[in-house]
Design a protein around this ligand. Structure first.
Ligand code: PGU
Length: 407
């Protein structure tokens, strides 16, 4: 008799973004013909650039001829792409072997799956609020107990509050795995080198491992802020980094990402290369490599021309971020983020709960946001706006909020 993985029953709610889509669709059914402006999910809207399209076309053309056709590739990714990514790190002063870089079909699956190479009884710490995948994947893996008062028992929440610039203090109890995300989803805060160093020193001292999600690193324009945790001394001994082609190359639907597992990470009683070989084992067993067509597109995005074009995509979305930020500020609202990050994190007025404000915004201004409480208990009383919309839509949303929102 089959029994289900009961850990799924522990999950407090449905996955955040389908829940938002469900509520938006319910609103549209009740109000047919209403134009809704979506600043909820961080989903890209602008077309792929010329160089990337050409790269993808090359990938397709190769499949049309017996001489250049390829079937299954290396599960870890095309060697050329791993090398190009290593070169990209080198430009930041970070030396990595291509064998330390694993190409994947995106940062979401990697950030959900990475926990599987750690022991079941690992104590996990997350920033609060955080991208929900870190928490939910550990709940499913059985590392938590019940959901009580907005928190999973057994999970260590590191509050990220406005008074501390949305960066957490070190955990006060002993933890084994620490998820950090910078630029942060949802708060838009970017960690400084000093802040990361504090966590790296802690991790080295306690042999904890940091899982660093850098999916939005391309949005950092301040040269003093680190785009990779490996820019900070000591990180190669304690950190795994996850990244994506989604947010700068526009691959949200195309699907491509990568994870760096250095061969120098210290874990209790194991060789330093053990985590690298475990992730290799995991990927070769459970993943058959990213699409060969898509990897050609990824390679094209890393050429000089490709990088330049991606930079203009990033600037486009950052202009949206500015429009949203200034629009909300004009309404007298308190906002954070949106300068080196594509998310604007807004304090709801008059202590309104996040979901309540979500409904108010949808009903009054026909704008969709993401309720902060969906990212963790410290997100209550905030909402997140995504800058990944089409300009016209973003401008309409801001105007509608200014004209229709009753504050
Ligand atoms: N990591 C972070 C921190 C993210 O915010 C997202 C997307 C990803 C990874 C996903 O990267 P892929 O390479 O595309 O897999 N966050 C979006 C989309 C929601 C979702 O479920 O992924 C968001 O709105 O938060």
């Amino acid at each position: 008799m089959a029994t289900i993985n009961k850990n799924y029953d522990k999950l407090a709610a449905g996955y955040l973004f389908p829940e938002i889509a469900k509520r938006t669709n319910a609103f549209l059914q009740k109000n047919p013909g209403t134009e809704v402006m979506r600043l909820g999910i961080g989903n890209t809207t602008e077309p792929l650039t010329h160089t990337i399209i050409r790269g993808l076309q090359i990938g397709v053309e190769k499949l049309a001829s017996v001489d250049t056709y390829s079937g299954y590739g290396d599960e870890q990714g095309d060697k050329r792409l791993r090398k190009a990514l290593a070169d990209r790190y080198e430009k930041m002063g970070v030396k990595l072997e291509p064998e330390e870089i694993f190409v994947s079909d995106g940062a979401k699956p990697d950030s959900a799956n990475i926990q599987s190479i750690f022991s079941e009884d690992s104590v996990v710490a997350v920033q609060d609020p955080a991208y929900p995948v870190y928490v939910d994947s550990n709940v499913i893996a059985g590392r938590t107990k019940s959901f009580v008062n907005g928190k999973y028992e057994g999970l260590v929440y590191m509050p990220c509050t406005a008074d501390k610039g949305f960066f957490p203090d070190l955990p006060s109890e002993r933890v084994d795995l620490i998820y950090l995300c910078s630029p942060n989803n949802p708060t838009g805060a970017v960690a400084t080198k000093e802040q990361l160093k504090m966590f790296i020193d802690y991790a080295r001292l306690t042999q904890a491992v940091i899982i660093f999600d850098a999916a939005y690193s391309a949005y950092i324009s301040d040269p003093t802020l680190p785009k990779s945790i490996f820019e900070v001394e000591g990180a190669k001994e304690c950190a795994i980094e996850i990244n994506s082609f989604s947010k700068d190359a526009g691959f949200t639907g195309v699907r491509l990402g990568w994870t760096v597992v250095p061969k120098t990470i210290l874990t209790a009683g194991e060789d330093a290369s053990k985590l690298n070989s475990l992730w290799n084992r995991r990927q070769t067993t459970m993943f058959n490599g990213a699409s060969n067509i898509v990897q050609e597109g990824g390679l094209a995005s890393l050429t000089e021309g490709g990088r330049r074009e991606c930079q203009s995509l990033v600037s486009y979305y950052m202009e949206n971020a500015r429009t949203i930020k200034e629009g909300l500020e004009k309404l007298g609202l308190k906002v954070y983020g949106g300068t080196n990050a594509p998310y604007i994190w807004m304090k709801t007025p008059n202590g309104t709960k996040s979901w309540e404000f979500f409904d108010k915004l949808l009903n009054e201004a026909h704008v969709v946001c993401t309720p902060g409480s969906g990212f963790g208990p410290s997100g209550e009383g905030y909402v997140r706006f995504s800058a990944f919309g089409h300009r016209e839509n973003v401008e309409k949303a801001v105007k509608s909020m200014q004209d229709n929102l009753r504050l």
